[in-house]
Design a binder for this molecule. Structure first.
Ligand code: MD3
Ligand code: FE
Length: 214
């Protein structure tokens, strides 16, 4: 996939949290969106539910790769199959594997690509940590597409001071090192901030290594 050749990482002031603004240009965003739509035909988005209560989330999700992250009454976990269709998740699109190889700085490929789908004014994601992966020393790589959002990142305890950043379409974040276990979330989407997705909305892709490489 084509990207701007020199992606200037932005100094976030948080060790291990690297932001590449507009790493994907418009053509790359369109190509990635087309690849995601194709894969999502085999893994239709579904609405996750909260552990224990079963309360539906405000966003929809799906996954690509050998493992997918799921949330329902039984808890959070990685599963090799789609919870609704029972089929294996489709492969992670090649352009995302290439992106990981170029900028994740990690020797093994990702095993999961979680797709978060934000639509409407109420779609958000509360402050949380990502710690369901055995390979916690591997970074998480995040790609934003469509409408911009307000991304909030805190410290290592829920009550720690937080900062917020705006994430726009084509932005890529690498969350590694000390920042891998920071609390983070999405406060809200900014409607009308991108024309990439017809009817508006935001997609976030997170590439994750789940198991420790041998
Ligand atoms: C900081 N997704 O899927 S991506 C998630 O935009 C998630 O949909 C958000 O948080 C979204 O778990 C934020 C940026 C991100 C991802 C993983 C992180 C930030 C992170 C892990 C550690 C610290
Ligand atoms: Fe997260």
């Amino acid at each position: 996939m084509k990207e701007r050749r020199v992606a200037l990482p932005v100094e976030t002031g948080l060790e291990g949290l690297i932001l590449y603004p507009a790493l994907l240009d418009g053509a790359a965003q369109e190509a990635l969106l087309a690849a995601l739509r194709e894969s999502a035909r085999k893994a239709p988005p579904y609405r996750p539910r909260m552990p224990r209560t079963g309360q539906p989330w405000s966003i929809m999700q799906t996954n690509f790769g050998p493992l997918g992250w799921v949330s329902d009454e039984r808890g959070y976990r990685y599963e090799p199959r789609h919870p609704v269709t029972g089929d294996p998740w489709p492969p992670i699109p090649a352009m995302l594997l290439d992106l990981w190889a170029r900028i994740a700085g990690w020797p093994a490929p990702p095993e999961a690509c979680l797709v978060n789908i934000y639509r409407g004014e109420k779609a958000k994601m509360g402050l949380h940590q990502d710690r369901d992966e055995a390979a916690l020393d591997a970074p998480v790589l995040s790609v934003s597409l469509g409408d911009s959002c307000i991304f909030r990142v805190g410290g290592f305890a829920r009550g720690d001071r937080t900062r917020s950043f705006r994430l726009a379409s084509g932005d890529v974040l690498v969350l590694g090192g000390a920042s891998r276990l920071r609390f983070h979330g999405i406060d809200r989407i900014i409607p009308g901030s991108s024309s990439l997705i017809e009817g508006g909305g935001r997609l976030n892709l997170t590439l994750r290594r789940v198991t420790k490489p041998q």
